[in-house]
Design a protein around this ligand. Structure first.
Ligand code: ATP
Ligand code: MG
Length: 558
C-alpha cells in the first residue's frame, strides 16, 4: 500500500479539526461494522478504506466489529469470509476483533438503566399494532396503552422476557421518547425483541435480541470509537443514536457522520440484493466472477491494490454518484499492466497452414515476457507448419482500415515470420476452416529482410504444441446502468442475458496449462486472464479479468 495519504475529504477534514482542537488526546478510533449475513462487496471496500485509512493516517486504531444482533441470517461462514476479505484488501485490525454479541450482557444492563430512569417500557402490542400506531410523516403516532407501566412492572416483565417466559412477537422493549416526533425513528422505537433462534456466537443463551439502533451506539461507546462513520441511509437514525448515548451511562461518547454509498453502473451494491442473486442461482455463488463481491473480484483476477486505488479515486462525499465501470476497470488495468506476464492464447482458433514450411521442422522463437520491461525476461515459443490464429484476424473481404490477414495480404506473426495469405479453405457449409499461407524464411523474428512495410501484426500459437483450455468472458450482470429489483420482482427482465460467454476450445501456450489458480496473464491483444479454481489437470480455465482498453465509452453510445 502506498505511504501517501489519500486526498482529503470532508471526513478527513473533520477528524483533522477534532485533533487540532485537542478533542482526542488518546487518538482516534474507527470501526468497520459489517453484519455477517453475506460476503463483502466493493461498497464495503469503500467503507474499509475510509475507516482503516483514517486510523492509519491519523495514528489511530480501527476495529473490525461484527454487527451480529440478528440471528436469523448470520453465520460463521460469513464471519470467516469477511475476515479474509479485509485482510486480502491489505488491512489489519491488530487484534481488535469484536462482536456486538460480545456485549449482550452489557447491553442488557444498559436497557435496565433505561427502564430504571423511566426511558423504556415493555410493550405488549403486536408488531402490526406497533406499525399501525406509529403515525406517518404528516400524522403523529398514538401512545401505546402500555407506555405508563410502572418501573417495577417493566423491570419484572423485561426480566421475564429474558428468561423465556413469553412467546416470540408477544412483547418488545421500547424506548419512551415521543410518539409525535417529526423524526419517525424517535417514536418509541423498539430496543429489544424476542427471538427463539440459535445465535452463531452466543448459541441459545439469549432469547431476546437488541435492535441495531440500540446496539450500534452502545457498541461504539464500549469500544471507545470516536468517529462512527456510516452511509447516508442512517442519517435519520442519528437522532436515536444520540438519544441512546445521552440516556445511558457509557464509558465514552462517539459521534456519527454519514457519507454516500458507493454505487456502480450496471451493478448492485447491497448485500440484500446480492443475496437474492445467490439464492435464486442467477450466479454460481458469492464468488462468481461477475459478482461485485471482493471474493468474486479476487477470483476474476482484480488485485487488491486496484480496489484500494479505486476507493481513493472516487473519494468520500455526501452526494449520490453512480460511478462508471470504466473507472474501476482502469484501476485494474493500471495495477496489472506493469507486473503481469504476457502470453499467447487464441480464443477463437482458425487454423493457418504454412505451405512452404517443412512438415517435420520445428523451431523455438524468443518472446518477451513483458514488452515494456525487458527485465522480466523471455520465453520460447514453439513454431511449426500448422498454427492457430484468431478467427477475427482474418477477413475475406476486408474494409480499408483492416490491417490483419486477408487474401493476398502479408502480416507479421509476432516474434516469428511474415506470412502471406494464399488460399481460403471452406467446409461443406461454406464456413472458413483453414487459411493457407506462405512465409518468408528470411523474416525470422518478424522483420522484412528488404525493409518492406508490413503493417499488421497478429498473435498465434503452434497447433502442434498449444494446449486446449476454457475461457470465460464476462459482461455486467445487469443491462440497466442503475438496476433495481426486489425479491418478488421479475429478475430476468433486468438481467443481462450475455453476462457469461464460455469458450471451451481456446488454445494457449503449453506453459500456461499448469499455472496455479489466481495467476494472471495478459493474453496479448485480448486482455487480462486469471486462472480459475475450476481448472483441472486436463483443462485450465481462465476468467477474463478485463479487456485491454476501455470499451465502455463505445458500447454505451451504440
Ligand atoms: P444491506 O444491503 O443488507 O444493508 P450492506 O451491503 O449495507 O447490507 P452492511 O453489513 O449493512 O452491508 O454494511 C457494513 C458497513 O459497510 C456499514 O457501515 C455500511 O454503511 C457500509 N456499506 C455498505 N454498503 C456500502 C456501500 N455501497 N458504499 C459504502 N459503504 C457501504
Ligand atoms: Mg446496510
Amino acid at each position: 500500500m502506498s505511504d501517501q495519504h489519500p486526498p482529503t475529504n470532508f471526513i478527513r477534514q473533520l477528524v483533522a479539526a477534532d485533533i487540532e482542537a485537542g478533542r482526542y488526546r488518546q487518538g482516534i478510533t474507527t470501526r468497520f461494522p459489517p453484519e455477517p449475513n453475506g460476503y463483502l462487496h466493493i461498497g464495503h471496500a469503500k467503507s474499509i478504506c475510509l475507516n482503516f485509512g483514517l486510523a492509519r493516517d491519523f495514528d489511530g486504531h480501527c476495529a473490525l466489529r461484527f454487527d451480529d444482533t440478528n440471528p436469523d441470517r448470520e453465520s460463521p461462514e460469513f464471519v470467516e469470509a469477511i475476515k479474509s476479505d479485509v485482510r486480502w484488501l491489505g488491512f489489519d485490525w491488530e487484534g481488535r476483533l469484536h462482536h456486538a454479541s460480545d456485549y449482550f450482557e452489557q447491553l442488557y444492563e444498559f436497557a435496565i438503566e433505561l427502564i430504571d430512569s423511566g426511558n423504556a417500557y415493555v410493550c405488549d402490542l403486536s408488531p402490526d399494532e406497533i406499525r399501525s400506531t406509529r403515525g406517518t410523516l404528516t400524522e403523529p403516532g398514538v401512545n401505546s396503552p402500555f407506555r405508563d407501566r410502572s418501573r417495577e412492572e417493566n423491570l419484572a416483565l423485561f426480566k421475564k422476557m429474558r428468561a423465556g417466559a413469553f412467546a416470540e412477537g408477544s412483547r418488545v422493549l421500547r424506548a419512551r421518547i415521543d410518539m409525535a416526533s417529526p423524526n419517525l425513528h424517535l417514536r418509541d422505537p423498539t430496543l429489544y425483541r424476542i427471538r427463539y433462534q440459535t445465535h452463531h456466537n452466543t448459541g441459545d443463551h439469549w432469547c431476546i435480541y437488541p435492535m441495531y439502533d440500540f446496539t450500534h451506539p452502545l457498541s461504539d461507546a464500549i469500544e471507545g470509537v470516536t468517529h462512527s462513520l456510516c452511509t447516508l441511509e442512517f442519517e435519520d437514525n442519528r437522532a436515536l443514536y444520540d438519544w441512546v448515548l445521552e440516556h445511558v451511562t457509557t464509558p465514552s461518547r462517539p459521534y456519527q457522520t454519514e457519507f454516500s454509498r458507493l454505487s456502480l453502473e450496471y451493478t448492485v451494491v447491497s448485500k440484500r440484493l446480492l443475496t437474492i442473486l445467490v439464492e435464486q442461482k442467477v450466479v454460481s455463488g458469492w464468488d462468481d466472477p461477475r459478482m461485485p463481491t471482493l471474493s468474486g473480484m479476487r477470483r476474476r483476477g482484480y488485485p487488491p491494490e486496484a480496489l484500494v486505488d479505486f476507493c481513493t479515486r472516487i473519494g468520500v462525499t455526501r452526494n449520490h454518484q453512480n460511478v462508471e465501470l470504466s473507472v474501476l476497470e482502469n484501476c485494474v488495468r493500471e495495477a496489472l499492466d506493469p507486473r503481469t506476464p504476457r502470453a499467447f492464447a487464441v480464443i477463437r482458433p482458425l487454423k493457418l497452414v504454412i505451405e512452404n514450411y517443412p512438415e517435420d521442422q520445428e523451431e523455438d522463437l524468443a518472446a518477451l515476457n513483458h514488452p515494456g520491461d525487458e527485465s522480466q525476461g523471455t520465453r520460447q515459443l514453439s513454431f511449426c507448419r500448422e498454427l492457430y490464429i484468431e478467427h477475427d484476424d482474418f477477413l475475406e473481404d476486408p474494409p480499408k482500415k483492416f490491417f490483419r490477414l486477408a487474401p493476398g495480404r502479408e502480416v507479421r506473426l509476432r516474434y516469428a515470420y511474415l506470412v502471406t495469405c494464399r488460399e481460403v479453405v471452406r467446409d461443406a457449409s461454406g464456413n472458413i476452416v483453414e487459411i493457407r499461407c506462405t512465409y518468408d524464411p528470411q523474416s525470422r523474428g518478424g522483420n522484412a529482410p528488404d525493409g518492406r512495410k508490413v503493417k499488421g501484426t497478429i498473435h498465434w500459437v503452434s497447433a502442434r504444441h498449444s494446449v486446449r483450455a476454457e475461457a470465460r468472458l464476462y459482461q455486467p450482470l445487469f443491462s440497466d446502468p442503475e438496476p433495481g429489483f426486489s425479491s418478488d420482482g421479475d429478475l430476468d427482465s433486468v438481467l443481462n442475458a450475455t453476462s457469461l460467454t464460455t469458450l471451451d476450445d481456446i488454445q494457449v501456450e503449453p506453459g500456461l496449462a499448469q499455472a496455479k489458480p489466481g495467476t494472471v496473464f495478459q493474453f496479448e491483444r485480448l486482455g487480462y486472464f486469471c486462472v480459475d479454481r475450476d481448472s483441472t489437470n486436463s483443462m485450465a480455465v481462465f476468467n477474463r479479468t478485463v479487456g485491454l482498453r476501455d470499451s465502455w465509452a463505445r458500447s454505451r453510445s451504440g
